[in-house]
Design a protein around this ligand. Sequence first.
Ligand SMILES: [Zn+2]
Length: 243
Amino acid sequence: MNASSHSSCLVVLSGGQDSTTCLFWAKARYGKVHAVTFNYGQSHAVELESARRVAALCGVASHEVVDVGRILRSTSPLLDESASLAQYDDFESMDRAIGKRIESTFVPMRNAFFLTLAANIAVSLDCRTLVTGVDEEDNANYPDCRESFIRAQELTINEAMGMRDFRIETPLIHFSKADTVRLAQRLPGCMEAMAWTHTCYAGSFPPCGRCHACVLRRHGFDEAGVPDPLELRAAGKPFPHAR
Ligand SMILES: [Zn+2]
């Protein structure tokens, strides 16, 4: 491996709050930051435009939107337009309703698939590090957002390529959403980019405010005591701008 491999990374960027925070986290740590976004036929495909804008605001070395088509099969409302998207009144009632069940938006094998493709792309870019915004504390109980899965996937990638030093970084894995907001505030340019992220599973702008992703995002900003730049922009109010 040459020296540049250590100072570059590839961020898996969905265009949402968490992956955008990871992108700016990576920018503060790595000399060269690449980003990759997957178009998998998600119903909230508007997030692809967010990913493009956020990547441009961050000034990444490269950003690729990889179109994998509708290869993933799932009953998740993110892929099955006939499935209804659960709505919640607030964080507390959502937390009670979901409990320990896996939320219906889960797409089986999605993260394993994306991380496998991302590892292939990373190596072609001379990167030995992937950064992903998975978070165990997301109240959705997605198995592929847990640290145990990430470590297993990291081992699989190393075994698959005969490597020992390929790493998957997960800066948010044990963060609450409020912790993620506080981190974003400390990262130069991140709150400006946050105004252009997309989180809503319903794919709407302004955000629907009632899907799992919207409720969780709002709870995090409320708990951190910070206005959400996306909501400010949606309401036509002044929001943080990149200079
Ligand atoms: Zn929503």
